[in-house]
Ligand binder design. Structure first.
Ligand SMILES: Cc1ncc(COP(=O)(O)O)c(C=O)c1O
Length: 419
């Protein structure tokens, strides 16, 4: 009965169908033009297809043999850790594939609450709220918290999700030059007329591996009555003596008010993000943050994996220390060979090459030698600052690190990037 009605209605709409076909043809034309523009600008991003688990040794479609992987955010190697996988499987068995619901309708399970409590404990904050991703945590925070009476001051190189989150809010917006404390101070002086002032920064910046000067930021924030927000995606789990993040590394855990971070990098690498901070802020986010209110609950398997990753980190900091030692090994050997590595001590090790073509050709030649690294050039990084970004993981062996350095030296000489 229903099917007959459907087809009758569809046939009676046939003339509109022709119009919609021409609209689709027009759309195709526009899209082809856009895609051609991206190709012509040399900014086309292609994806390599991995046919194995994430890890230091992977298999890539179309490439024979194993590949040494140096371009994942798998800083602690927990993406394929046996205990993490087991915890995910157990949660899948016990709590099912998913909730078919948002949190406030019927999508909150006991494991969501205990993971939130664990995250707050890990960061030594009052409370935490989970999101489907950190992109969502950044999209939800500013709009829910700040009004037109308030101001947000943001580092110009903050992650795209912070920029988008800030765009969504109605607060006055100030952008300060990257890591420039004199500029931040000038902007804080201008922003004194507003009710709240929130300084927003990445803890570690993913293109350069450089770290926000949080001690100076917190000092200025205190001087000018501002709050500090830090995105810790490239710090949670591994920066600082016990892996709490940039605020622990720089001794300002009690001065950073709000932390957003991801479960999709060091903490098991599946997906998910969160905000942790004052209890009333987290309560407000549960009432107002749109990506929390209008998107599905985090799947139990993801919650199980992240929860185990945090347990492993809270039990011992051996994995954190192992990653730090391997990072140091790579940086020292590469610098001794004559390469310039940007940033300091971070497992993001950008090998600075300058020329875009050189970076891309060297990355291709590294892959021919079985090493997977990615070249970055304009517009992802400034013109003339092309680089190959290497990311170290705790599960790289010392031999893996040495093989990577040897390949860089060989390829660098071949392309005259080294004498
Ligand atoms: C600094 C920063 N913030 C936020 C995100 C988004 O995190 P997620 O993958 O959890 O959405 C990323 C991911 O690349 C990031 O690097």
């Amino acid at each position: 009965m229903w099917a007959v009605g459907f087809w009758r209605a569809a046939l009676s709409r046939a003339p509109c169908g022709c119009r919609s076909q021409s609209a689709v043809a027009q759309l195709r034309g526009i899209l082809e033009g856009e895609l051609e523009g991206i190709r012509a600008a040399g900014t086309w991003k292609s994806e390599r297809i991995i046919t194995s688990r994430q890890g230091p040794h992977i298999h890539v479609d179309g490439v024979s043999g194993g590949i040494l992987n140096f371009c994942a955010n798998n800083y602690l190697g927990l993406s394929s850790h046996p205990e993490v996988i087991q915890a995910g499987l157990r949660a899948l068995e016990e709590f099912g594939a998913g909730l078919s619901s948002v949190r406030f309708i019927c999508g909150t399970q006991s494991i969501h609450k205990s993971l939130e409590a664990k995250i707050a404990r890990f960061h030594q904050r009052e409370d935490a709220i989970l999101y489907p991703s950190c992109f969502d945590a950044n999209a939800g925070l500013f709009e829910a918290l700040l009004t037109p009476e308030d101001a947000v001051l943001s580092d110009e190189l903050n992650h795209a999700s912070i920029i988008d989150g800030i765009r969504l809010c109605k607060a006055h917006k100030y952008r300060y030059s990257h890591l420039d404390m004199a500029d931040l101070e000038a902007k804080l002086q201008e922003a004194q007329k507003h009710r709240l002032r929130l300084v927003a920064t990445d803890g570690a910046f993913s293109m350069d591996g450089d770290i926000a000067p949080l001690q100076d930021i917190c000092r200025l924030a205190s001087q000018y009555g501002a709050l500090v927000f830090v995105d810790e995606c490239h710090a949670t789990g591994f920066l600082g003596p016990t892996g709490r993040g940039t605020d622990e590394l720089l001794g300002v855990m009690d001065q950073v008010t709000i932390v957003n971070s991801t479960l999709g990098k060091a903490l098991g690498g599946a997906s998910g993000g969160y905000t942790t901070g004052p209890g009333p802020l987290v309560s407000l986010l549960r009432q107002r943050a749109r990506p929390y209110l209008f998107s599905n609950s985090l799947p139990p398997a993801v919650v199980g994996c992240a929860s185990k990753a945090l347990d492993l980190l809270m039990e011992s900091n051996t994995i954190v220390q192992s990653m730090a030692a391997k990072t140091q090994r790579f940086r020292t050997k590469m610098e001794a060979a004559g390469f310039t590595i940007s940033g300091a001590s971070h497992p993001i090790c950008p090998v600075m090459l300058g020329d875009a073509r050189l970076a891309s050709c060297m990355a291709d030649d590294m892959l021919k030698r079985g090493i997977f690294v990615i070249g970055f050039s304009y517009p992802v990084v400034p013109k003339g600052k092309a680089r190959i970004r290497v990311q170290i993981s705790a599960v790289h062996s010392e031999e893996d690190i040495d093989r990577c350095v040897e390949a860089f030296v060989e390829v660098g000489r071949l392309h005259k990037a080294l004498p």
